[in-house]
Design a protein around this ligand. Structure first.
Ligand code: HEM
Length: 284
């Protein structure tokens, strides 16, 4: 991917072991590999059925919406973290509204279907974010790296699969397929002239603001929170899978019970015919 930045402007260097972002990546590598494999496998399935895709998107939506609500609270306050956060954050990064646009599309404009989390792991995640940031606003730096940079790596892969997933998008009256795709993929798009430069500038500001303005203890807490983010995202995903499996199983159980009931009725009818024939042949 090309960029308008020269080499010395790219900060931090990949080999800079002191950079907070690199430390987070290193300490979450195993968790990332696990979730990467897991999501890649399931994503293929989700692309065949928009009802599965929208469940996954909804789960991420709650995380982004909660993070952004807390972030803007800090930015609008006179708190001690306001300036640092403002120097890292870029409004084009915000995902809440974009995810909401997509969800409105997949849920036929019915906000009530997704606005508040209903699944236990999602509720737990949202509550945790609110409490953690309220107590220690610098915990936001874990989310500003893990959740937002995910969109430029795995997110790009997912975006290109989405564009090719012809079976995913629901039919919308009077709209061409390309228009429908655009309406359902806002989440993965950034309104910036050059995405790669934007990403590198974000990473640079993150490093410049976190290198000397956080204590080692605070950095360690951010790294621990980053691990939690991966783990809790994974719990939200497996929770959805378990939920869907349970629904499929109960649907099949219902079908089997109904089929069994029909079989019994047919057997009873056959028995009745057989007995009636016996009675008739005995009579005549
Ligand atoms: C909840 C899910 C995920 C999260 C939170 C996440 C998070 C991250 C983060 C924080 C980075 C480091 C970015 C940077 O430092 O610039 C990253 C890199 C990356 N991720 Fe993910 N990711 C997730 C899922 C995935 C999936 C499903 C894939 C595969 C399709 C994937 C592929 C990648 C790749 C290829 C990189 C670049 C690695 C590199 O530059 O060395 N990720 N991800």
């Amino acid at each position: 991917m090309s960029t308008k930045l020269s080499l010395h402007e790219i900060i931090p260097h990949k080999t800079d072991v002191g950079a907070l972002a690199n430390r987070i990546n290193l300490d979450t590598r195993a968790l990332h590999n696990k979730i990467d494999k897991w999501v890649t496998l399931r994503f293929a399935l989700a692309l065949r059925d928009y009802r599965i895709y929208r469940q996954g998107l909804q789960s991420f939506y709650h995380v982004f919406a909660t993070v952004e609500r807390n972030l803007y609270e800090q930015l609008d306050s006179d708190g001690e973290w306001k300036d640092l956060l403002a120097k890292v954050w870029k409004p084009e990064m915000a995902r809440r509204e974009r995810a909401e646009q997509d969800l409105l599309f997949y849920y036929d404009d019915d906000k009530n279907k997704f606005l508040t989390p209903m699944m236990p792991a999602q509720i737990e995640f949202v509550n945790h974010i609110n409490e953690a940031i309220k107590e220690k606003p610098y915990i936001l730096f874990a989310y500003l790296h893990v959740m937002y940079l995910a969109l430029f790596a795995g997110g790009r892969v997912m975006r290109s699969s989405l564009g090719r997933a012809t079976g995913l998008f629901p039919q919308k009256d009077g709209l061409k397929h390309e228009e429908v795709i655009k309406m359902g993929t806002n989440f993965f798009h950034f309104e910036v002239p050059d995405e790669e430069t934007f990403r590198l500038l974000y990473k640079r500001d993150y490093e410049l603001m976190t290198r000397n303005n956080l204590t080692e203890t605070q950095k360690q807490e951010i790294i621990e929170e980053s691990k939690y983010i991966f783990e809790q995202n994974a719990r939200c995903m497996t929770e959805l899978e378990t939920h869907n499996m349970a629904r499929i199983k109960s649907k099949w159980a219902y079908i089997l019970v109904r089929q069994g009931y029909n079989v019994v009725l047919i057997l009873l009818a056959l028995l009745a015919i057989f007995l009636m024939r016996k009675v008739f042949t005995g009579l005549f």
